[in-house]
Design a binder for this molecule. Structure first.
Ligand code: FAD
Length: 317
C-alpha cells in the first residue's frame, strides 16, 4: 500500500502545484501509515531527490524524452500502469489543467472514486471522507470514497508546500509508452506571466479601467510586487486582455495570498473565482460596489488617482 503522487512539470520544471500535491500526499501517507511515492514522466532538469523535502520517500521516473506532456491519454495509461505495478491505493494529482484531464481518465481506467477539487486532508477516522469546494466555492461537500483505489485532485494553493530536510530515493520505472494521440506542432510561451492558478499575488483589473490603454498601471504594480495580472470577464470579452487572464465562474480560479481588484464591481460570477484569496484589496469609486463586502481592505476612490499613489508607495519600500 502506498500513496502515489503524480509530479506534473512544464518543460522539465516541477510545478508549484505538484509540490503542494507531494506535501499533501506525504502527510496523507503518514496519516494512513503507508509509504509516500512520486511518479515523474519524462526527463526533468529538476533535482528529484529534493522531493524528499515535501516528504516523498521514493520517486519513480520514466526517463523518456519522447513523452508527450500535452497528451492526458498517454499519461493516464502510464500512471494507471504504475498504480497497478506499485500497488498504490491513493493517487494524488493537482487539480490544475493537467490534473483535470488526467483525474477522470485515471478514475475510469482504475475504477477508482475521484474527488476533484479537494481542499483538505481526508478524514480517515471512519472511512475515507474528502472535503471539496462546491457551487463555485460557496459551500463545501464531504465526499466519502469507498472504492479500493482512491484518486484525489488537490485544488492548487489549498495546501502549503512543506520544506523538510528529507531526500527521496530516485528509481527508474519501466512503463509501456502508448502512442500519443496528440501531435504538438509548436508552443507559444506567455512571456513573463506567472501562471494564475499558482500565483501568490494577483493584480486584477475590470471595466472601470475604461480601456486596454490604461493597463500600464496594473502591469506596473504587478511587476513591482512580482504578481500575476488578471481581469474580469467583460475585459477579456472586449479583447482588452487575453482570455487566459479572465478569472471567475467561467474563467480561471485563483487562491493567492493577495488579490488586488481595481475597477471591478465584484459580481457573484467574478467572486466565484477569487473568493479563496487570503487577502482581498478593492479599489472602486462606488462605495456601494458589492466587492467591498468581500474585501479585507477597501479604497473608495478613482483608480486613476489611487493607483499611481500605491505604485509610488511600493517603489519606496
Ligand atoms: P462592471 O460591472 O462594469 O464594473 C466596473 C466597476 O468599476 C464598477 O463597480 C465601477 O464602480 C468601477 N469603476 C468605474 N470607474 C472606476 C474608476 N475610475 N475607478 C475605480 N472604480 C471604477 N464575470 C467575471 O468577471 N468572471 C466570470 O467568470 C464571469 N462569469 C459569468 C458567467 C455568467 C453565466 C454570467 C451571466 C456572467 C458572468 N460574468 C463573469 C459577468 C459578471 O456578471 C459581471 O458582469 C462582470 O464581472 C463585471 O465586470 P466588471 O466588474 O469588470 O465590470
Amino acid at each position: 500500500m502506498s500513496v502515489l503522487v503524480y509530479i506534473d512539470h512544464t518543460d522539465g520544471e516541477i510545478k508549484k502545484s505538484s509540490l503542494e500535491a507531494a506535501s499533501y500526499g506525504a502527510q496523507l501517507a503518514s496519516q494512513l501509515g503507508v509509504a509516500a511515492h512520486g511518479l515523474v514522466l519524462g526527463t526533468l532538469n529538476a533535482d528529484l531527490p529534493a522531493l524528499g523535502k515535501q516528504g516523498l520517500q521514493k520517486v519513480h521516473q520514466v526517463k523518456n524524452d519522447s513523452l508527450n506532456q500535452f497528451d492526458p491519454g498517454q499519461q493516464a495509461a502510464m500512471v494507471a500502469e504504475a498504480v497497478t505495478n506499485l500497488g498504490a491505493t491513493v493517487v494524488v494529482v493537482s487539480n490544475n489543467v493537467t490534473g483535470k484531464a488526467l483525474g477522470p481518465r485515471l478514475s475510469a481506467r482504475l475504477k477508482a472514486g475521484l474527488v476533484a477539487g479537494a481542499v483538505a486532508l481526508p478524514d480517515t477516522s471512519n472511512g475515507f471522507v474528502v472535503k471539496k469546494a462546491v457551487f463555485s466555492g460557496k459551500a463545501f461537500a464531504q465526499i466519502a470514497v469507498s472504492s479500493p483505489i482512491k484518486i484525489i485532485a488537490l485544488t492548487p494553493n489549498a495546501f502549503s508546500v512543506t520544506n523538510g530536510d528529507g531526500s527521496a530515493e530516485v528509481a527508474d520505472i519501466n512503463l509501456t509508452v502508448p502512442a500519443a494521440k496528440i501531435k504538438v506542432t509548436g508552443t507559444n510561451k506567455i512571456k513573463g506571466q506567472i501562471p494564475l492558478s499558482e500565483a501568490e499575488l494577483v493584480v486584477s483589473g475590470g471595466r472601470g479601467l475604461k480601456g486596454p490603454e490604461n493597463w500600464g498601471m496594473i502591469e506596473e504594480l504587478a511587476d513591482l510586487l512580482g504578481a500575476a495580472t488578471a481581469c474580469s470577464r467583460p475585459v477579456a470579452d472586449s479583447h482588452w486582455r487575453p482570455h487566459h487572464e479572465h478569472v471567475g465562474q467561467t474563467g480561471g480560479a485563483v487562491a493567492p495570498n493577495l488579490y488586488f481588484a481595481v475597477g471591478i464591481s465584484g459580481a457573484i460570477q467574478h467572486l466565484a473565482g477569487v473568493n479563496r484569496s487570503k487577502v482581498i484589496v478593492v479599489i472602486n469609486k462606488d462605495p456601494e460596489a458589492p466587492f467591498f463586502k468581500a474585501a479585507d481592505y477597501g479604497i473608495v476612490g478613482d483608480a486613476f488617482e489611487v493607483m499611481p499613489k500605491i505604485i509610488d508607495s511600493v517603489k519606496k519600500l
